[in-house]
Design a protein around this ligand. Structure first.
Ligand SMILES: NC(=O)c1ccc[n+]([C@@H]2O[C@H](COP(=O)([O-])OP(=O)(O)OC[C@H]3O[C@@H](n4cnc5c(N)ncnc54)[C@H](O)[C@@H]3O)[C@@H](O)[C@H]2O)c1
Length: 234
């Protein structure tokens, strides 16, 4: 049975991905600042390499080598660029981009040993469209898309695929917090009217895309950015 690690697996999209992969028959461990109470991995900050290494050692101990990684941990931010401190810029880059660096590097040896692996990076539709007051977030998520493409070329010969899923407008605690703070330009209800499929996205929509991308039959798909956004970005 294959083992999958899902970062950000304690909430929203990451939690739905962990639940879906578990239902599909994978052994799943969540790496999160606030992990679900499975006892598989301690609370982990993906920006801290020592914590990531320790969590992965605990997961390997219990579940064996990790050959599937979904990077869903993320944090947003909302500040006019002229008011953005370098510390706030760095934190958003650290979680959304450097966290992916650490988790990929820390799991890759298992995938290279197995000659098989699947990496899915959850980026953001804002990397396609841009988003005012979120320059740090958009920069980080755009970099994740770039990292995905370059890494796919490097790892293809080793049986490891790397793809990105940029979600758009998914009903999670992150989106609800942004709505409450009036940071999404109106209500979720208003956005639904501007969304071609006329509904808000569900975490399960992202989980379904990930379930496909980590499957055996997706082995010829790599370096791709698969938007899941109800048609809001084409
Ligand atoms: N909800 C959306 O509409 C939307 C849109 C575009 C992109 N995304 C991306 O999807 C991913 C999941 O977002 P969500 O909406 O489920 O948000 P969420 O806030 O519900 O969940 C994010 C999870 O990441 C964890 N996390 C944050 N920082 C961490 C860190 N340093 N180390 C470990 N874990 C950390 C949190 O504890 C939380 O469990 C994020 O990468 C987010 O940027 C979401």
């Amino acid at each position: 049975m294959r083992t999958a690690v899902v970062t950000g697996g304690g909430s929203g999209i990451g939690l739905a991905i962990a639940e879906r992969l578990s239902k599909d028959g994978y052994q799943v461990a969540a790496l999160d600042l606030n992990p679900p109470d499975t006892g598989l991995a301690p609370a982990t900050d993906v920006c801290d390499r020592a914590q990531v290494d320790a969590a992965l050692a605990a997961v390997r101990d219990r579940l064996g080598p990790v050959t599937i990684l979904v990077n869903a941990a993320g944090t947003d931010g909302f500040r006019r660029f002229t008011d953005l401190t370098f510390a706030a810029w760095q934190r958003v880059i650290d979680v959304n981009l450097n966290g992916v660096f650490h988790c990929v590097q820390a799991t890759l040896p298992d995938m290279l040993d197995a000659g098989w692996g699947r990496i899915v990076n959850i980026s953001s539709s804002s990397a396609q469209s841009g988003q005012p007051f979120m320059t740090h977030y958009v920069a980080a998520k755009s970099a994740v898309n770039g990292l995905t493409k370059a890494l796919a070329l490097e790892l293809g010969p080793h049986g490891v695929t790397v793809n990105a899923v940029p979600p758009g407008f998914i009903d999670t605690p992150m989106l609800r917090r942004a709505e409450e703070r009036d940071q999404i330009g109106g209500t979720i209800e208003k956005h639904i009217q501007r969304t071609p499929v006329r509904r808000v996205g569900r975490p399960e929509d992202i989980a379904a895309a990930c379930a496909f991308l980590v499957s055996e039959e997706a082995g010829y798909i790599t370096g791709q950015i698969l938007g899941v956004n109800g048609g809001r970005n084409t």
